[in-house]
Design a protein around this ligand. Structure first.
Ligand code: URP
Ligand code: ZN
Ligand code: ZN
Length: 473
């Protein structure tokens, strides 16, 4: 084919029109029966699509049409001690896509001595050519990192507009209050949002030491040594540090009712505090540490699972807007790696798999159980992450000009979660046997169908890096 002919063909491809007809379009702002017309990679029109000729029609009768979901919290291909999280950007994003997630924001984690932008380069090499959905990065600012104002400004210039700091994991990741204060203050100047892992690392360290000395080595002691108050205190302290620095703060993986209360009070005082929770804290409880066999190893994560009584406060927090986002904190390890901590729970790599089931779980336990409206649900899994992390209105919206990242969700389908059928590269599921009402059927990424009736049909490397705008709140 001659170059002019090829040029003509790609122009035609770029103009391909797809009509998603007869669905209920759900956005954070409301729901309505409407067609969505896509031209090339973007949404052309929302409304009656009859007047516009289309090359391809997808019938969404009886389905919800949602903006592609954004997972603001994943750990793909992450080295942790002697092992590495078991999903890379290929398997992890395929599972994400099958679950309705079209953008992941992953944590680039510097090796000791590596610069912040060096970590971004490393993560770019992991993601490019593999990711099947769009991606962006946060960067972890760990102990010993050089997070100068210039380094933070350079990140922002490269479209990486969020960093995470830790109040836990002393000797590895934990920063002191003064250091966190400085990161908050210096990040604000560059429009970089600081995300906080809020657990009191010093107290946890003391409790862990005592537990091991007393021979309490089983996985349940991981939870016992990270009590709810260790999170509540840290969230409170983080909020005070953010107030002192006049900076916004994003609290990751909120797991306790007390932490929701701290965030609510701060927001009522007008502070720019944002809270994220995760499906595992919404639907699982600390009883999982008492299960027989190896299952308790699989739910060792930080913060740990909490008493079931706390779940209703998390749901209420999402419903009332005290919590803004639902991320997965997807950090999977093969069971053989989890069992490295067979004789000592501190040897169990922290984290659990979940990237594939965020929408199904939170629709089922949230919307179907009337804890969340459809709109609040869409906001928490898509629109709020887009706004907070500098992607809106390109992502998180169903509106003319937005990327045509769309999910066709069948509220009447059911699915049963099992490691035998999931697509994450991990040999167990923390939700094994759980049935959900509602399932993702079809997913489009920038106009291309990447999941067709529950089957992945996308292409390795089709995901693009998203340079994000500065955080402005
Ligand atoms: O246990 C967890 N959540 N591991 C992942 C790292 C983190 O703190 O988010
Ligand atoms: Zn964390
Ligand atoms: Zn995490």
């Amino acid at each position: 084919m001659s170059p002019p002919e090829r040029g003509k063909l790609s122009a035609e491809v770029a103009k391909m029109r797809t009509l998603i007809a007869n669905g209920v379009v759900v956005t954070a702002a409301g729901s309505m029966h409407a067609d969505v017309t896509i031209e090339g990679e973007r949404i052309l029109q929302v409304g009656d699509g009859d007047g516009l000729p289309a090359d391809h029609v997808i019938d969404a009768t009886g389905r919800y049409v949602l903006p592609g979901a954004i997972d603001p919290h994943t750990h793909l291909d992450l080295p942790v001690g002697a092992c590495t999280s078991s999903d890379d950007f290929s398997t992890g994003t395929i599972a994400a896509a099958l679950g309705g997630t079209t953008t992941v924001l992953d944590f680039a984690t510097p090796e000791p001595g590596q610069t912040l932008s060096g970590a971004v380069d490393t993560w770019m090499r992991k993601a490019e050519g593999r990711a099947v959905v769009d991606f962006g990065f946060h960067v972890i600012v760990a102990e010993g990192a050089t997070a100068t104002p210039e380094a933070l400004a350079a990140l922002a210039g490269a479209g990486v507009t969020s960093v995470k700091v830790f109040m836990a994991y002393p000797g590895r990741l934990m920063l002191g209050d003064g250091e966190i204060f400085e990161v908050l203050r210096d990040s604000r100047a560059s429009g970089v949002l600081v995300m906080l892992h809020a657990e009191n690392g010093g107290v946890i360290e003391a409790l862990v030491h005592e537990a091991l000395k007393a021979g309490r080595t089983a996985p349940r002691f991981h939870a016992a040594t990270r009590p709810p108050a260790a999170e509540v205190e840290a969230v409170h302290r983080g909020i005070v540090l953010a107030e002192l620095a006049d900076a916004a703060l994003y609290v990751v993986h909120v797991s306790t009712s007390g932490a929701v209360e701290e965030i609510r009070k701060a927001r009522q005082r007008g502070l720019r505090v944002i809270g994220e929770t995760c499906p595992q804290y919404l639907v699982l409880s600390d009883e999982a540490y008492l299960a027989p066999g190896t299952a308790p190893f699989g739910v060792v994560m930080s913060p740990p699972l909490r008493p079931a009584a706390m779940q209703s406060r998390l749901w209420q927090g999402l419903a009332d807007g005290d919590l803004q986002t639902i991320g997965t904190d997807h950090c999977p390890f093969l069971m053989r790696d989890k069992l490295r901590g067979r004789d000592d729970f501190t040897g169990i790599p922290n984290g659990a798999p979940g990237i594939e089931h965020r929408l199904a779980l939170t629709f089922d336990a949230g919307v179907r159980e009337r804890r969340l409206t459809l709109e609040r649900w869409v906001d928490a899994v898509s629109t709020a992450p887009a706004r907070i992390f500098g992607l809106y209105p390109r992502k998180g919206a169903i509106a003319p000009g937005a990327d045509a990242d769309l999910v066709i969700f069948n509220p009447d389908a059911t699915c049963e979660i099992s490691s035998a059928t999931h697509h994450m590269r991990v040999d167990y599921s923390i939700y094994e046997g759980r049935r959900t009402a509602g399932a993702v059927e079809t997913v489009l990424l920038r106009g291309d169908v990447i999941v067709n009736e529950g089957r992945f049909v996308g292409r390795a490397g089709a995901g693009r890096f998203l340079a994000r705008a500065p955080h402005t709140a």
